[in-house]
Design a protein around this ligand. Structure first.
Ligand code: ADP
Ligand code: MG
Length: 324
């Protein structure tokens, strides 16, 4: 954590940050007083179920939205006070964003090279410097030989590499990544994560990344959990615990971090899946586990999970199955 040697004030300082959205006549509180700090050059992952507030937090740090209350600084910039032109400048120069949907960073009818030059055009960078920077970045993300192809001709992993180059075009210090590997197969996902980790070193980036996937989170030095708009346990400690052992009776002592994920569950469902064994917290049979499931399970499985839920609801299930 932050040391006391004078100069090392945290790069990101998030103090009691609240974000509420007003929808018609009521309020949705997406973040309920978030406190955390990050040092310059750190890479941190945030994990948590759908609706936890992960994207809301990233949007605040990226200057795409403003907090309802609290204190939020990035470097020497106070994001609470930033408005209009100053906020636009912050977004253009200080922060790069990568999303699960590469379409948020890319124009599909323009070449990879042209895409990387666009943020620099907006920043008023001279033609010569735009070309040089785009070339350098496309080489850094391993797309040099595809620079003149349109994204439509590239694979999902390659598209995300170009999107990362776009995010870094104007030399931001901070890279925010919202489920950057969510749409990729496992191999491409691992390659993109390795690239992000390498770019942190190469450009001295500070990186905050949102993911569902603990394997992807492992690329970060620190993992925070977000649930119902509140930060939970720092999972980093659990990396140092001895791995759980299975005894002859099939008993296993779960790490503290896993126990905390299951703490509020009414029961824990055990499922054997191709990639391993899943312990799934269940609340009430009918309610919000579905939202959680949508995130944890591959989408093609959702039909099965529906069926399982219906099965559990017994009597009522039959009638509903007809409708669904
Ligand atoms: N623009 C918005 N308007 C209203 N509600 C929103 C908006 N964005 C997010 N929310 C709500 O805030 C909560 C947190 O959402 P989000 O930050 O997207 O979570 P996550 O990224 O963890 O899935 C959810 O209940 C969501 O419906
Ligand atoms: Mg999200």
């Amino acid at each position: 954590m932050a040391s006391n040697n004078g100069g090392s004030a945290p790069y990101i300082n998030c103090k009691n940050v609240v974000k509420a959205y007003t929808v018609s006549d009521h309020e949705i509180v997406a973040l309920r007083g978030i406190d955390f700090t990050m040092q310059r050059g750190e890479m941190v992952a945030i994990v948590g179920p759908s609706g936890a507030g992960k994207s809301s937090l990233l949007n605040l740090l990226g200057g795409l939205d403003t907090p309802t209350a609290g204190r939020l600084t990035v470097g020497d910039t106070n994001l609470i006070d930033l408005k209009g032109r100053a906020l636009a400048t912050y977004r253009l120069h200080r922060v790069g964003f990568v999303w699960q949907q590469v379409g948020r960073n890319l124009l599909f009818h323009r070449s990879a090279h042209h895409n990387v030059t666009l943020p620099m055009m907006m920043a008023g960078t001279k033609h010569f410097h735009r070309r040089r920077r785009a070339k350098e970045l496309l080489a850094a993300v391993g797309i040099a030989e595809h620079a003149h192809k349109r994204p439509a001709l590239l694979s999902g992993g390659q598209q995300q590499r170009v999107a990362i180059a776009v995010a870094l075009a104007n030399h931001p210090d901070l890279l925010l990544a919202d489920e950057p590997t969510g749409a990729l197969d496992r191999d491409s996902a691992a390659q993109v994560m390795q690239l992000i980790a390498d770019l942190r070193q190469r450009y001295g980036l500070t990186i905050l990344m949102v993911t569902h996937d603990m394997e992807m989170a492992a690329y970060a030095a620190r993992t925070l959990t977000l649930r119902d708009g509140a930060l939970g346990q720092d999972l980093t400690e659990s990396a140092n615990e001895t791995p759980p052992q299975l005894d002859e009776e099939g008993r296993i002592q779960l790490p503290a971090a896993v126990r905390s994920q299951l703490a509020e569950a009414v029961r824990v469902a055990v499922e054997i899946r191709p990639e391993g064994v899943l312990l799934r917290p269940e609340q009430d049979l009918a309610d919000d586990t579905d939202a959680l499931l949508q995130d944890i399970l591959p989408h093609k499985q959702s039909h099965d999970t529906n069926r399982r839920r219906l099965f559990r609801r017994n009597g009522r299930a039959k009638a509903q199955e007809v409708h669904e």
